[in-house]
Design a binder for this molecule. Structure first.
Ligand SMILES: Cc1cc2nc3c(=O)[nH]c(=O)nc-3n(C[C@H](O)[C@H](O)[C@H](O)COP(=O)(O)OP(=O)(O)OC[C@H]3O[C@@H](n4cnc5c(N)ncnc54)[C@H](O)[C@@H]3O)c2cc1C
Length: 391
């Protein structure tokens, strides 16, 4: 019998996309979210074609497509000399190649488009200020005020819903920290490109930067090894901590880029956690998606996009086969997909943070690789068609 109703815990990218995807199949969905108000945390997001296509099908993309920026390319550049090392064309060429656009935007832009669609949907109700600390299916139904055929844990890296899945993975500090700097575009020096995503690379660190067109700012995120201060999303550093970070992580880097990071207003930093291998479903009626299931490091810029794919694949599967089989199938298909994307992230980390002879070899390979070959290596990521996985 077709599923009638679902309870989703968490209203991040994963939870909101799941609510919309499940409601599109005719299910009633209640979303339980701890925040009293959906305020914005974070800054920029890259959304590649595999995520953008889903957002388009759900009617979310048209709500922000005039606001976001579709960069011409993503470029790897040297953090020491600022010289380009390799580029993958995005823009029209990328959209034609992967069947959807690649864009960059402020997280708030995506979140408010998702929320608008959720608010408009007659089958979805969102209950804010509802924190689930000790989840059980009965407690979730009591909070939602309705029974459910399906329970979805979309409550992020520190998921409580994981406690309902035997053998679920756990959040682990990765050994890396991220520092974020947002500067007004008008104040950004000329060496910061306005029409592309740039990853400046150096030994043991990299800095990703791209414009946030709709807020007139440049988003810069520096990632390097660091210490674990415990669960945190956003820490404001002292000036001394900032100087220490730039000196340690970006030693030997271009002085103007270092200066920019030393003078950017109000930086924040936080430790990067991943979720290790483990089960994502109870094989009956409960499933984890997004960071709750498989938080990964941002080396392939795919965490939110994987959450979007999860949500859409899940809805397709539970609406076309018995729920137990659908959840087993979901875990098998999504686990293989996420593992491959995670491995690509590990490869990027190795390539971005290379030093010495490895770096020289990397640069030689890039110099000999035409852009079309680099793009072809990404076809399996960006060309993935969520919702169309074989039964
Ligand atoms: C530096 C950095 C850069 C990144 N860049 C990219 C990128 O360019 N592209 C990309 O695709 N991904 C990127 N990511 C990854 C991406 O941010 C995450 O994978 C994505 O936001 C995960 O979404 P989620 O909905 O699963 O989790 P979250 O965004 O963490 O949402 C979880 C929600 O659940 C709620 N919640 C939590 N606990 C409870 C509870 N107990 N009860 C009720 N509600 C609860 C929270 O309030 C929140 O609203 C990046 C990550 C980092 C760190």
């Amino acid at each position: 019998m077709a599923l009638q109703s679902a309870i989703v815990v968490g209203a991040g990218v994963a939870g909101l996309t799941a609510a919309l995807s499940l409601a599109e199949t005719g299910m009633r969905v209640t979303v339980l979210e701890q925040s009293v108000q959906m305020s914005e945390v974070g800054a920029g997001l890259q959304i590649s074609a595999n995520g953008a296509r889903v957002l388009d099908r759900l009617g979310v993309l048209p709500l922000f497509s005039s606001q976001w920026l579709q960069p011409e390319c993503v470029t790897l550049a040297s953090g020491a000399t600022l010289a380009d090392l390799a580029s993958v064309p995005l823009g029209r060429a990328g959209a034609a190649r992967w069947g959807g656009p690649y864009g960059v935007l402020h997280r708030a832009t995506l979140q408010s488009a998702l929320l608008r669609k959720v608010d408009e949907h007659p089958l979805i109700s969102l209950k804010l200020g509802t924190r689930i600390d000790k989840p059980s299916k009965e407690a979730l139904e009591a909070e939602a005020g309705t029974r459910a055929d399906l329970f979805v844990g979309a409550d992020g890296v520190w998921s409580k819903m994981r406690s309902l899945v035997e053998g679920a993975g756990q959040a682990r500090f990765s050994g890396f920290v991220a520092w974020r700097f947002v500067i007004p575009e008008k104040d950004a020096p000329a060496f910061i490109p306005r029409n592309r995503v740039t990853a400046f690379t150096g030994a043991d660190a990299h800095v990703v930067c791209y414009p946030l067109k709709e807020v007139g700012a440049i988003n810069l995120v520096a990632i390097s090894a660091g210490e674990d201060p415990g669960p945190a999303w956003s820490i404001s550093p002292s000036e001394e901590q900032r100087r220490d970070f730039v000196k340690r992580a970006l030693s030997g880097w271009n002085g103007h880029l270092c200066e920019l990071l030393l003078s950017a207003p109000q930086p924040t930093w936080w430790p990067l956690f991943g979720v290790g291998d483990g089960h994502w479903t109870d094989s009956r009626d409960l499933v984890l998606i997004g960071d709750a299931a498989h938080a990964m490091l941002p080396f392939a810029a795919q965490g939110a996009v994987m959450a979007i794919e999860d949500a859409y694949d899940l809805a397709g599967m539970v609406s076309s086969m018995p729920i137990g089989a659908a959840l087993v199938h979901y875990e098998a298909i999504r686990r293989a997909r996420v593992a491959k994307v995670r491995a690509r992230g590990d490869f990027n980390r190795f390539a971005y943070h290379a030093r010495g002879p490895v770096r020289l070899a990397r640069d030689a390979v890039f110099a000999l690789s035409p852009a079309s070959r680099l793009a072809a290596k990404l076809d399996w990521i960006y060309g993935y068609k969520a919702g169309e996985q074989p039964a």
